[in-house]
Design a protein around this ligand. Structure first.
Ligand SMILES: C[S@@+](CC[C@H](N)C(=O)[O-])C[C@H]1O[C@@H](n2cnc3c(N)ncnc32)[C@H](O)[C@@H]1O
Length: 269
């Protein structure tokens, strides 16, 4: 195996090789640094603000949609956009486009990244693999879901740089609780990202009870529940992907921390 599992492109290439992938969807493309480096024949990129002119870059097998992801999925469902050729006569819902690899790297909020995941399920198949970017915020400032506020508070605190991961980590927690037919692990090397796949339904116990509880979480709660992200070294990916995993079962129950989460004042970190 000769893939760099510490960064997006190497990870996507590796996942694509596992699945003999042909069809790739990237939500949030920006300048195409990842998109153009993915060597698959059928690629779709979605971004409301590409930093290049997508009409100049569309080659055979590549489609760009300058739309927010929710609108893209809505149009795809309604068949108001086509990705690879017109709908054929007699085509059923089963014939809709299904992607082998889906890279979710659009708006860095729980609400949007979770919606991107649930919207994408209709355009996935049993062997689809997802890669989520931004699932591990580097500090409490980067975990603030509002980008402007995140950058302002970081600056006011005199912290350098401008990393912004938002609260995408909550999407992993939601998959843990509400999508038990999906397993995942979070690659912690280089740029941490989470790989998700369909597996045998896991017997893992939901921890948080509702999406609202997850939405209320703050960075300090993530520190308590970080093991639910299933953090692993990059080189563990090959022996984990495809398996049914229950990350929270690996550690002691979180009873005390959970009680604290449900009762604390969440205005503060
Ligand atoms: C971090 S950049 C993507 C980087 C790219 N995936 C790469 O690896 O080179 C995030 C992108 O998400 C886009 N974005 C923001 N909101 C979005 C949305 N609702 N749907 C799709 N993309 C969105 C932004 O315009 C931005 O270009």
């Amino acid at each position: 195996m000769n893939f760099d599992l510490s960064a997006s492109v190497g990870r996507i290439r590796y996942l694509a090789s596992l699945r003999h992938a042909r069809k790739y969807l990237e939500i949030g493309v920006r300048d195409g640094a990842t998109f153009f480096a993915v060597p698959l024949p059928l690629k779709v990129g979605v971004d409301p603000a590409f930093t290049f002119d997508p009409t100049e870059q569309e080659v055979s097998g590549t489609r760009f949609f300058p739309l927010p992801s929710s609108l893209f999925f809505h149009k795809l469902k309604k068949r108001q956009v086509e990705v690879w050729g017109p709908e054929k006569e007699g085509e059923t819902m089963e014939d809709r486009p299904r992607f082998d690899i889906i890279f979710i790297d659009g708006l860095h909020t729980f609400e949007q990244s979770y919606k991107d995941f649930t919207d994408s399920l209709e355009f996935a198949h049993e062997n689809t693999l997802w890669l989520f970017d931004d699932t591990v915020p580097c500090d409490k400032y980067s975990a603030i879901p509002n980008e402007e506020e995140s950058l302002r508070l970081r600056k006011e605190a005199g912290c350098p740089g401008s990393p912004w991961h938002g609260d995408v980590y909550k999407t992993v927690l939601a998959i843990h609780d509400f999508h038990q037919e999906y397993s995942y692990c979070t690659l912690m090397g280089g740029n941490p990202q989470t790989v998700v796949w369909k597996a045998e339904r896991s017997a893992r116990n939901p921890l948080f009870g509702s999406l609202q509880t997850i939405a209320r979480m703050r960075y300090c709660d993530l520190l308590t529940y970080h093991v639910v992200l299933m953090p692993v070294e990059d080189d563990q990916l090959p022996r984990l992907v495809g398996k049914c995993l229950s990350p929270a079962d690996l550690v002691n129950p979180f009873d005390n921390a959970l009680t604290a989460l449900m009762t604390k004042d969440h205005q503060n970190w």
